[in-house]
Design a protein around this ligand. Structure first.
Ligand code: TPP
Ligand code: SF4
Ligand code: SF4
Ligand code: SF4
Length: 595
């Protein structure tokens, strides 16, 4: 009997790729799929690569497939937007080495800037789409997807959602199939996508999708649970299937594994036997719309939300709206009354002093994507826009142009991290290099992609594992940007002088702040404490908003003074620098005083 282990959906994907003889895997970090690449790195016989962005990650996997190796690329849903250009052309090509694209959607936006449904990308690009519903299927579907890819000559998308990526279930393991890599055989008609070669591929794409649809039933990817009742049939896929199982309602269920193209003939045949057919799917009515287009009288989204996760409770509520369940069958949902907590920067985060000084300067700050997006929220509320990775540089230019015409010119500031700088900021910097507008860009080089768990960036350097580093200052210099200052933001007053000075100058000024991420590099300097004999309770340190700092009544005192939790403080010193009476001291100093 094969070994059975508990795996997350992400770990199962990695295992499935290894078992299926996968060779080239690349990715760009983003929740919920980060763990796929982290897990792939444990398999020595796979080239597992963090790329600079999703487009490059996709292209690396395409190269692997062109050379005949089974290849995988993984990304979060918004990564599809970055990778869309090569993807839309790649799907025209008859695939050589099996190719699987794993996309993690995030219903409910638990860690994303939008909630797009990636399944439409598969349809848009004429690419097959599989949706697993648990970790076992996640593993098995990788091998099946690679097989489909080679048999039908097309890339296959595997679509997961956050909960499936992160939740664990048992998985039966198998041995690895040794890869057979055919190598690259030059064939311009196949690999050069220009007219006339690309024209012919339009027909090829349609034909292979039609062939797969016709043969879909024989692939045994779907599950039909016929309970004998003929009043209602549920058609579903992915995680909602597991929720339906949990509800155990006694109705028949058809669970799709292949969601594009659909096994239409089989579905028509089965659906004809039922009085009502209800589609239960998360986000957009992707399956429902396809079925309606084929003339099936199905219902679905009119009962269920188009946004957020489709949990067991939400399915139950939808079925009540559809009058399939009675309200009396619904359990009383008890609100667990979990206190709300705003996400906040870690103790000693290097972004904190930058936000603090921008807040005090009342600057109009254009935001970007990273841990520093938390600058949008209380208590700083300093970032005034947030869109997509690297967008700050274009947005700030457009704002400056519009403001100039409206005679409302005012200094504009934007922030961008080192991860985002290399992901998609480079072209924005090349574009903004020669602006005449008063624009200050602060590059928050914390030497990691912190928000997604601390993957390396080209600036990681000696603090991490990378041996090859790229200097952001040098890159900016080579783009012709002359006004570049490097500052240490833990030297609060000098950084403030640098930033305020930059804001006064016309043209582009860039300030690179260089303190590393406190969490990722496990920074722990001797902590600070408040000398309550000196503290005047002015609360200036509270304004720094570092988690260890609070106001409390010390023993034997009547009024509140500031207090620093020594276990949480990592000793960055920023709060001590804003204290007007020097009441905040490093712990070492206290020892010295005692002596
Ligand atoms: C297109 C896209 N890909 C991936 C992500 C996931 N993601 C969120 S923030 C971030 C990068 C953060 O790195 P950095 O700019 O260095 O900021 P830090 O978190 O280190 O402060 C990534 C990759 C995303 N939001 N959008
Ligand atoms: S992970 Fe690093 S960059 Fe992100 S909030 Fe924490 S210290 Fe700051
Ligand atoms: S020194 Fe002050 S600002 Fe820095 S980590 Fe400690 S409490 Fe926070
Ligand atoms: S800034 Fe200094 S004086 Fe003011 S509350 Fe904090 S420790 Fe006390």
């Amino acid at each position: 009997m094969s070994e059975r282990v508990l795996l997350t959906g992400n770990q199962a994907i990695a295992r499935g790729f290894w078992e299926a003889g996968g060779v080239v895997a690349s990715s760009y970090p983003g929740s919920p799929t980060v763990e796929i690449m982290e897990s792939l790195k444990d398999y020595a016989d796979i080239h597992a690569h963090w790329a600079m962005n999703e487009k490059v990650a996709l292209e690396i996997a395409i190269g692997g497939s062109f050379a005949g190796a089974r290849s995988l690329v993984s990304m979060k849903h918004v990564g599809m937007n970055i990778a869309a250009d090569p993807f839309m052309t790649f799907t025209q090509i008859r695939t050589h080495g099996g190719f699987v694209l794993v996309v993690g959607d995030d219903p409910g936006l638990s860690s994303s800037q939008n909630e797009q449904d990636s399944r439409y990308f598969a349809q848009f690009a004429n690419c097959a789409l599989l949706e697993p519903s648990n970790a076992q299927e996640a593993k098995d579907f990788v091998g099946i997807a690679l097989g489909i890819s080679e048999q039908y000559g097309m890339p296959v998308m595997l679509r997961l959602t956050s909960t499936l990526c992160h939740s664990r279930s048992t998985v039966a393991l198998s041995e690895r199939t040794e890869p057979a890599i055919a190598g690259f055989t030059p064939d311009q008609t196949r690999y050069c996508m220009l007219p006339p070669y690309a024209n012919a591929q339009q027909y090829f794409m349609r034909e292979r999708i039609a062939k797969l649809a016709a043969e879909a039933a024989s692939l045994a990817l779907d599950v039909y649970e016929d309970t004998g009742r003929r009043d209602v049939l549920f058609i579903t896929s992915g995680l909602p299937y597991q929720c339906l199982r949990e509800l155990d309602l006694g109705y028949s269920v058809y669970k799709l594994g292949l969601c594009y193209p659909l096994p239409i003939s089989r579905l028509k045949e089965i659906a004809a036997a039922y009085a009502h057919v209800i589609v239960i799917e998360e986000l957009m009515p992707f399956i429902e719309t396809q079925l309606k287009a084929e003339g099936l009288a199905v219902q679905g989204k009119q009962y269920f939300p188009f946004t957020g996760e489709l949990t067991t409770d939400r399915i139950r509520e939808g079925l009540e709206r559809a009058q399939i369940l009675l309200a009396s069958q619904l359990p009383v949902v008890v609100d667990p009354a979990v206190p709300k907590r705003t996400p906040m920067l870690c103790a000693g985060c290097p972004h904190r002093p930058v936000f603090h000084l921008l807040q005090k300067a009342k600057a109009t700050v254009v935001g970007d994507i990273g841990c520093y997006s938390l600058g949008i929220l209380e208590p700083f509320e300093v970032l005034k826009t947030n869109l997509s990775m690297g967008a700050s540089l274009g947005i700030i230019q457009g704002m400056a142009m519009a403001q100039q015409t409206a005679h409302k010119a005012q200094p504009l500031v934007s922030v961008i991290g080192d991860g985002t700088f290399f992901h998609s900021g480079l072209s924005g910097f090349a574009d903004i290099a020669k602006t005449k507008h008063n624009i200050t860009v602060i590059v928050l080089d914390n030497r990691t992609t912190a928000m997604t768990g601390g993957q390396e960036t080209p600036t990681t350097g000696d603090l991490g594992t990378a041996t090859h580093t790229i200097s952001i200052a040098d890159v900016l210099g080579s783009l012709g940007i002359g006004d570049v200052t490097v500052a240490d933001q833990f030297d609060y007053s000098s950084t403030k002088t640098v930033v305020l000075g930059a804001m006064k100058r016309d043209g582009l000024s860039v300030v690179i702040v260089t303190r590393p991420c406190a969490l990722n590099f496990r920074i722990k300097e001797p902590h600070f404490y408040v000398d309550r004999e000196i503290c005047i309770s002015c609360r200036a340190c509270i304004g720094v908003n570092c988690p260890p700092i609070s106001m409390k009544v010390y023993e034997g005192q009547s009024k509140k003074n500031s207090y620093i939790d020594p276990h949480m403080c990592v000793g960055c010193s920023v709060c001590s620098q804003v204290c007007p009476v020097k009441a905040i001291k490093r712990a070492e100093a206290r020892e010295e005083e005692k002596a």
